[in-house]
Design a protein around this ligand. Structure first.
Ligand code: XIL
Length: 456
């Protein structure tokens, strides 16, 4: 389709990339370099979607069932267990060397109808039997179980949430943990909740329970922080996770998703950085693969767009994993990083002559990747980013003496594309290539990852 002869390009700049020696190229590999996992919640109903499976198998080294291991799925009738969908997820993960998180043994939501109608001792017995049966079935295959999910109330009370389970007696949670330990002694046992991401009344209620469990020898190994986040991250997010770790439990980020807005990539980076900074933070799970797979639909809260392209948030996470606890690249910096390739817009060979052509190259700090904005002009090396006059789709972008003309004016669009004011064509990595030295051209705007750029 794009006929430009990329092969004729001379080699790009000779600068050495600044990444870490063992930088991972996928979320799972990069997290593994840091002794952690990076997982996703999955649904078996997507397993025949090729784009979904490609991303899943490439990027993640841990899976959790989004719904398939919940009470309504695993015990639809009392004493009648169905593990087929859960087993499918476990088998897929294990055949690929991925970890599996178990989610969830007891929860006030997604209970089967028969359990919703029970109470008192009858419900307690049914609940503990459920824990025992399910944890026994998956024995030896689960890295960590969310034994109990969302048992604390929102708001300022710090108290338990009212539920049929809570009404069986305040000790229902510890009874569940003891049953889970007996059924699968090899699994880490977690308590999991939301709105516990910062230090607040609810997280302090959980904290007090965990401290009490540790003091009394109730078996608990980890706390899951769902981290379904909006547009701001609590400033004490890391401090909150750390105070739990200091109790002697692991912490895990279990259901991460973040509203897409101006701050999504930064927030994803900050969450990743917090986990890396806590030695007992063993991994991160995002709650779905692509934006369109998310239970939060319109929030576009995940790391891949609906077509499976990597979003800026993805690059932010990957860079943070690879950079250890170093802060991420300045989000308002002067480089323009291409989303699909993760590489930066670069004047080929650092040659400042008129007509020098634009490529992508590993992001670095040299002048041939520094673009300063002057109105709609993008200045680099004393010249301006320039699409040849009346360029047609497929023409390579270059630098030229600044003229102020429309072919040197660039519009930053809200979807991350950058279009030329003269032709309306978008800055595009030719052929959606990702290698160093790939040509940057103008092409009809389609909003794909090879046309999206963020400041870095
Ligand atoms: C959600 C799933 O993503 C949806 O598909 C389902 O309809 C409802 O549950 N906290 C949890 C998860 O612990 O189990 C929830 O998952 C999201 C909130």
């Amino acid at each position: 389709m794009r006929s430009l002869a990329v092969g004729l390009l001379v080699a790009g700049t000779v600068l050495v990339p600044t990444g870490a020696a063992n930088a991972g190229t996928t979320l799972g590999a990069a997290a593994a370099e840091k002794g952690r996992y990076f997982g996703a919640a999955v649904g078996t109903y997507k397993f025949n979607d090729n784009t979904y499976m490609t991303v899943l198998n490439r990027e993640f080294n841990s899976l959790v069932a989004e719904n398939e291991m919940k009470w309504d799925a695993t015990e639809p009738q009392r004493g009648v267990f169905n593990y087929s969908a859960g087993d499918r997820i476990v088998n897929h993960a294990r055949s690929r060397g991925m970890k599996v998180r178990g989610h969830t043994l007891l929860w006030h939501a997604q209970q089967p109808g028969w359990a919703q109608n029970l109470s008192g001792g009858d419900l307690r017995n049914a609940a503990i039997n459920h824990v025992t049966q399910v944890a026994s079935h998956f024995r030896g295959q689960i890295y960590s179980w969310d034994v109990v999910n969302e048992a604390f109330a929102d708001g300022g009370s710090g108290a338990r949430r009212d539920s049929n389970l809570q009404r069986t007696g305040n000790d229902w949670i510890e009874a569940a943990f003891r049953a889970a330990r007996a059924a699968d002694p090899g699994a880490k046992l977690c308590y999991n909740d939301y709105n516990t991401d910062g230090i607040n009344a609810k997280s302090t209620g959980v904290y007090n329970m965990v401290r009490d469990f540790k003091q009394r020898g109730v078996p608990i190994d980890c706390v899951g922080f769902q981290s379904h986040l909006g547009t701001t991250l609590p400033s004490d997010y890391q401090a909150n996770l750390q105070r739990f770790a200091d109790l002697g439990v692991d912490v895990e980020i279990t259901e991460l998703d973040i509203t897409q807005g101006g701050n999504q990539a930064n927030m994803y980076a900050a969450v990743t950085r917090a986990c890396l900074a806590i030695s007992r933070c063993t991994g991160i799970t995002v709650w779905g693969v692509r934006d369109c797979d998310s239970w939060r639909g319109g929030d576009n809260a995940l790391l891949f767009d609906c077509a499976g392209n990597k979003k800026p948030a993805y690059t932010a996470v990957l860079d943070t994993l690879n950079g250890g606890s170093t802060p991420p690249t300045n989000p308002t910096g002067n480089r323009l990083r291409n989303e699909a390739s993760g590489r930066c817009l670069d004047v080929n060979g650092a040659n400042s002559a008129n007509g020098s052509q634009m490529i992508i190259w590993d992001c670095h700090n040299n002048a041939n990747q520094q673009f300063t904005q002057n109105g709609r002009a993008l200045q680099v090396m004393g010249k301006c980013l320039d699409a040849p006059n009346n360029a047609s789709a497929g023409t390579q972008v270059q630098i030229w003496d600044c003229s102020g003309a429309a072919n040197q004016q660039w519009v930053f669009n809200s979807n991350g594309t950058i279009s030329n004011a003269q032709t309306g064509l978008c800055l595009d990595v030719n052929g959606a290539a990702t290698a160093n030295g790939s040509a940057v051209i103008v092409w009809n705007c389609h909003g794909g990852g090879n046309q999206r750029w963020s400041r870095a």
